[in-house]
Design a protein around this ligand. Structure first.
Ligand SMILES: [Zn+2]
Length: 125
């Protein structure tokens, strides 16, 4: 399914096509989880504040994203003749690995690498 960006900044769910809010991580209609990295311009050396959940709580850090690799691989099998001779290869599965890393850097304003926010789900940590 081709994704379209709508006039108000929303996009369509890659699974069901329902309109979704760009910065939410879960489709309200089908429950599919997704990450939209369209806001990261990997060609520019610009730091972003990145926020994510960890076992220690919610961490907010200033970081520069880097796209390290896009690697596509295929598993193939051969169709065989009745005599066991390999005839034609065909793809049985495809995989694409995206390696994106975020280099944390010091915040020039308060000289910290990250901020740690503990939410109620991880309050004991
Ligand atoms: Zn959906």
């Amino acid at each position: 399914m081709q994704r379209k960006k709508m006039r108000d900044g929303r996009t369509n769910c890659p699974n069901c096509g329902a309109p979704i809010e760009r910065y939410k991580c879960k489709c309200e209609y089908c429950g599919t989880w997704y990450f939209d990295f369209a806001g990261f311009d990997m060609s520019e050396d610009v730091p972003y504040y990145v926020r994510f959940r960890s076992p220690y709580g919610i961490i907010t850090t200033l970081a520069r994203p880097e796209l390290r690799a896009i690697e596509t691989s295929y598993d193939t099998m051969y169709a065989e003749s009745s005599l066991g001779i390999e005839l034609i290869p065909f793809v049985i599965s495809k995989q694409c690995d995206l390696e994106v890393i975020f280099h944390a850097q010091e915040n020039p304003e308060d000289r910290t690498l990250y901020k740690l926010e503990v939410d109620k789900d991880n309050a004991e940590i």
